[in-house]
Design a protein around this ligand. Structure first.
Ligand code: ADP
Length: 423
């Protein structure tokens, strides 16, 4: 099997979400962490999703990373490029969606690309070019007050228009509803008028499937993870992709199991409570870590070594808001975060040395710190554990089975389910 689809995602969890969607639609998918410079192309990949951290990076940096990733994906054999951003179109008037899309079009020599952040499953729909979050316009949703990318305009034609010099048009719902041929005809009309981007209305998954089919011959499509559901079908119809169960297959890794949690989100706190009731657990106190440094880490490792033999262990810094506040008042927000992330990363390295091969990590930043410390550059994406969170196995030596979850993802029994699913 050869690489078919190359994807560039502007953040890590978004990349995982997209990879999960592609696996569920029957593509063998690898997620690469950061620009894949010098990385060997994984032989079994039909889709590769490059996870960047470019959503709120300076424009020039986001563009450079995206173009470098695009080049690598094309050299690896990708026949089509998908640029993935958030389903709430997180961006500012400076970018980065417009400038990155412009740069990718230039790189690919493409005069035209689609724009569709719709994700009906999570209530993101587009009608007459206006993005809705549930039953309110994007500009009336909580995204209005986002600290980095406040979205105060729901009209995507206008929003993207401010980020690019190229012309932006619309394929309205009346056309989308008529199906793939009508959408394709609308693309042709827009291209004839030198319009470079088509914002495409979509309300249901079926709309996204029709859109996906209409994108078969485009070098570049852009959108959320929702709009990618129609892309695997194109390769299947062309005889390039086998029909297989939508489960994703992963090699079995074996080895000891540990859960590391640095997330203080409500869902994570409940997941910690659930796991504590069943398995040995150790709480990390950031104040102790800051005070005692290496000695505190040595104690934590000794505890882990003593308990790992009996089964899965949980080590967590997760704490309710009132506790976090006290810690932050003493250490400062950044130092508190850094102390915990460093501790989790160092413990992960120690645990792997002690034979742990299956790790569940809670927290977006925490996962990033651990994965970096372990030198993991790419993940095979397997079956979904909970919505948006797949089981994965790292490429490289040693192979590690990983479940990485951010913030409020996952049901209350997520840790217990993840332990079962990582094999
Ligand atoms: P989430 O995905 O839930 O936002 P993250 O890992 O991205 O989780 O962010 C949580 C942040 O809180 C991390 O920087 C982590 O180091 C920090 N943190 C974790 N536990 C504590 C604690 N007890 N006190 C202060 N900060 C903490």
């Amino acid at each position: 099997m050869a690489l078919l689809l190359g994807c560039i995602a502007d953040d890590f969890t978004g990349a995982t979400d997209l990879a999960n969607t592609l696996v569920r639609n029957g593509m063998r998918t690898i997620q690469v962490i950061g620009v894949p410079d010098g990385l060997e192309v994984p032989a079994e990949a039909e889709a590769i999703v490059v996870a960047l951290k470019s959503r709120t990076a300076p424009v020039a940096e986001a563009v450079a990373q995206s173009v470098a990733s695009c080049r690598w994906l094309r050299q690896a054999g990708a026949r089509q490029i998908y640029f993935k951003y958030c389903s709430t179109f997180d961006s500012t008037d400076q970018g980065n969606i417009g400038p990155v899309a412009d740069a990718l079009r230039a790189e690919l020599g493409a005069d035209f690309a689609t724009v569709c952040p719709a994700f009906p499953e999570t209530g993101r729909t587009i009608y007459n070019g206006h993005l809705f979050v549930g039953d309110v316009l994007l500009s009336d949703s909580s995204m209005r007050n986002h600290p980095l990318t406040p979205m105060t305009d729901a009209n995507l034609v206008r929003v993207l228009g401010r980020q690019t010099k190229s012309a932006v048009g619309l394929v309205p719902y009346a056309t989308v509803r008529q199906g793939t041929a009508a959408i394709r005809a609308a693309f042709d009309k827009l291209r004839h008028r030198d319009i470079a981007y088509a914002v495409v209305d979509a309300i249901e998954d079926e709309d996204l499937r029709c859109l996906g089919a209409a994108c078969a011959d485009l070098a570049l499509a852009t959108g959320g993870s929702g709009a990618a559901i129609g892309l695997p079908g194109n390769f299947r119809r062309a005889g390039l992709l086998a029909t297989r169960p939508a489960e994703g297959d992963l090699p079995s890794v074996g080895g000891a199991v540990a859960v590391l949690s640095g997330s203080c989100s409500t869902a994570t706190l409940a997941q910690v409570t659930r796991m504590r009731a069943k398995h040995p657990s150790l709480m990390l106190d950031p104040l102790t870590l800051a005070e005692r440094g290496e000695a505190a880490m040595a104690d934590a490792m000794a505890w882990a070594i003593a308990n790992l033999k009996a089964g899965p262990v949980l080590i967590y810094a997760s704490a309710p808001p009132e506790v976090v506040k006290v810690v932050q008042a003493k250490l400062g927000r950044e130092r508190a975060g850094a102390v915990v992330e460093h501790a989790l990363a160092t413990l992960a390295q120690g645990l792997v040395k002690e034979g742990v091969r299956r790790l569940v990590i809670a927290g977006g930043e925490s996962s990033g710190a651990v994965v970096q410390a372990l030198g993991v550059r790419a993940l095979r994406i397997g079956p979904q554990i909970d919505p948006g969170i797949p089981a994965t196995v790292s490429l490289g030596d040693p192979q590690l089975a990983l479940a990485l979850k951010s913030g409020n993802f996952g049901a209350e029994d997520f840790f217990l389910k993840a332990i079962e699913k990582l094999r």
